[in-house]
Design a protein around this ligand. Structure first.
Ligand code: DC
Length: 222
């Protein structure tokens, strides 16, 4: 078993930025579990599956072969043999993933893959249920959050920097809706593990958050 760091929290809290940074500093592997749920969502979208039809999702997801490789230090997601990294970070795929990730067969398949990755490597893994479900024995557990206003502002800045037109109120509404979906689903809802440390990044810089987590790895989470 490797040394495992679990980072959970709502969409836009900065999990992936922080997890990547901490992993790089420690020489650990960064495992982005959201990308796996997104790859599954991409598959279901391509197949024209209605996300509300849980029976269809439960059956169809069995046909998706999702594997992870590390190329030049980056996580690359393969969906039925094809590198799909470039297609995962859209609002459409994210919204689909939020719905289809509530499905038991989808979760079972991807949790197994995540546990396999963490079994024999030192990892920083981010997601929604890592501390509660995927890696209950992780040495360090962080619940990273920020207010919906701050998270919407970050997303807005990111999109406008890319030249995309967007409305901050719509983004915040989407974020609140996604939180609700992720926190109220029946299986593995997003919640803070009892032994996780709460970090609210609303008024913190990326560096401050990374430092906070680095300190926990030395003290074993306290
Ligand atoms: O972190 P993200 O936005 O890439 O995740 C996309 C969706 O996947 C998110 O709305 C919920 C789901 N997800 C999950 O259910 N469990 C995880 N461990 C990671 C993501």
């Amino acid at each position: 078993m490797g040394f495992n760091i679990a980072i959970d929290g709502p969409a836009g809290a900065g999990k992936s930025t922080i997890a990547k940074k901490v992993a790089k500093r420690l020489g650990y592997i960064y495992v982005d579990t959201g990308a796996m749920y997104r790859a599954m969502a991409l598959f279901l979208l391509k197949e024209g599956v209605d996300p509300k039809n849980s029976e269809a999702v439960n059956e169809k997801c069995k046909e998706a072969d999702i594997t992870i490789r590390y190329e030049n230090g980056e996580q690359v997601v393969y969906l039925n043999g094809e590198n799909v990294n470039a297609f995962l970070r859209t609002e459409q795929v994210g919204n689909m993933a939020s719905v289809t990730s509530a499905n038991p067969n989808v979760r079972k398949k991807l949790v197994e893959l995540q546990q396999k990755l963490a079994a024999d490597a030192d990892v920083v893994m981010d997601g929604r249920d890592i501390g509660t479900c995927v890696l209950p024995d992780a040495e360090v557990k962080v619940y990273l959050t920020a207010s919906s206003k701050v998270r919407a502002q970050r997303r807005y800045d990111e999109l406008t920097a890319k030249g995309e037109k967007c409305d901050i109120d719509v983004i915040e509404k989407d974020i609140i809706e996604r939180d609700y979906q992720d926190m109220t689903r029946e299986i593995s809802p997003l919640k803070q593990a009892e032994d996780a440390v709460l970090v609210d990044s609303s008024d913190m810089t990326i560096e401050e958050v990374a430092e906070t987590i680095m300190k926990m790895t030395v003290t074993g989470g306290i």
